[in-house]
Design a protein around this ligand. Structure first.
Ligand code: IPM
Ligand code: MN
Length: 362
């Protein structure tokens, strides 16, 4: 029997609840599909910081490196630790494990309302490939002349040939895979999310790498939009997109808008992927830890559950992943269980249980 070792970092706030539901579904999928899962929990979060003065042990990469995958709830509680400090945990794992692709599918399940009029399950089916280890998140810079009238800050973005090329190539390969499946439209297109009109070094460089990579994919259409215009097109014509490739910061911003096309943050899943599988990849819902809702059993666990499906795809258990998505679809279409973000009154665990039942009874 195949067996997977999964590291679980529930994190802060609602991370703990959504993680519980996600792991429940992972176990159910394992039972149904004949593989086994061993999970190990790590209590690295803001409370850990208050006790130890750091978010995680210094050797956290060593501790996690042999796991098959990592599942993360969400990190951060600014009442306890400033966000730019707590989020070092997330960024350290993304960079340390060279998870250079942040994969964020933008799909709308049937039966879900979104605030965006153009969005329907037919029009919303694309995927954002976000660069995840460098760019605007390189963490290079400093504060100078602090406290004086001449104070200033520098934050340097770093775009390397290698860093741009590998993520753009991943996007083109993904477009090819989607084209083969052929179930969405348009097929076989990678839209370059840029801002080379204003960012005259970094984004001009990024664009040049995009076109260099594109030459190797004559079967895939090239496409281009400035990031500001792209936010407009996401709303106006979501059906236009297939694969979007974006730098770290731009990918971050456009996927929050993407989540609204999906019906809200409760549905937005993500995977931090090391495609070569040299290091473990990490899967997480893209929503925050929402401390004010923590422990109340009211948030939507679907983003976390969908992230488990992404993990199973990565672990090459595609039928288990597909089953999870179908179970989510079934529960949403049936419509009697609805969390508050969906206008209902049902709890996090009730939604998790319904998806589990749908999965086991399909
Ligand atoms: C995300 C989050 C993180 C990011 C924050 C919490 C550092 O917004 O995963 O999208 O900006 O990458
Ligand atoms: Mn974000």
């Amino acid at each position: 029997m195949k067996s997977y070792e999964i590291a679980v970092i529930p994190g802060d706030g609602v991370g703990i609840e959504v993680c519980g539901e996600a792991i429940k579904i992972l176990r159910a999928a394992a039972e149904k599909h004949g593989f086994s899962v061993k999970t190990t929990d790590f209590d690295w979060n803001c409370d850990y910081y208050l006790k130890h003065g750091k978010m995680m042990p210094d050797d956290c990469l060593d501790i996690l490196k042999d796991f098959d995958s990592i599942f993360l709830g969400c990190i951060g509680d600014s009442n306890k630790v400033p966000d730019h400090v707590s989020l070092t945990l997330l960024l350290k794992l993304r960079k340390g494990f060279d998870q250079y692709v942040n994969l964020r599918p933008i799909r709308l399940y049937p039966g879900i309302e979104t605030p965006i009029k153009t969005a329907s399950p037919q029009t919303v089916d694309f995927i954002v490939v976000r660069e995840n280890t460098e760019g605007e998140y390189a963490g290079i810079g400093g504060l100078f002349k602090t406290g004086s009238p001449d104070a200033f800050a520098l934050q340097t973005a770093v775009f390397t040939r290698k860093g741009c090329e590998r993520v753009i190539r991943y996007a083109f390969n993904l477009a090819r895979r989607r084209k083969k499946l052929g179930n969405q439209s348009p097929v076989g297109m990678v839209t370059n999310c840029s801002k080379s009109n204003a960012l005259n070094y970094s984004m001009v460089f990024w664009d040049s790498v995009y076109y260099d990579v594109a030459k190797h994919y004559p079967d895939i259409k090239t496409d281009f939009a400035m990031v500001d215009a792209m936010t407009m097109w996401f709303v106006k014509n979501p059906d236009y997109f297939d694969v979007v490739v974006a730098s770290n910061l731009f990918g971050d911003i456009i996927t929050d808008l993407g989540s609204m096309l999906q019906g809200g943050m409760g549905f937005a899943a993500g995977g931090n992927i090391n495609p070569e599988k040299i290091y473990p990849s990490m899967f997480e819902p893209i929503h925050g830890s929402a401390p004010k809702y923590a422990g109340k059993d009211i948030v939507n666990p679907i983003a976390a559950i969908e992230s488990i499906a992404m993990m199973l795809d990565h672990l090459e258990e595609p039928s288990a992943a597909k089953d999870i998505r179908e179970a989510i679809s079934k529960v949403l279409l049936e419509g009697s269980i609805r969390t508050r973000d969906m206008g209902g009154q049902d709890g996090t665990s009730k939604m998790g249980d319904a998806i589990k039942n749908a999965l086991l009874n399909s």
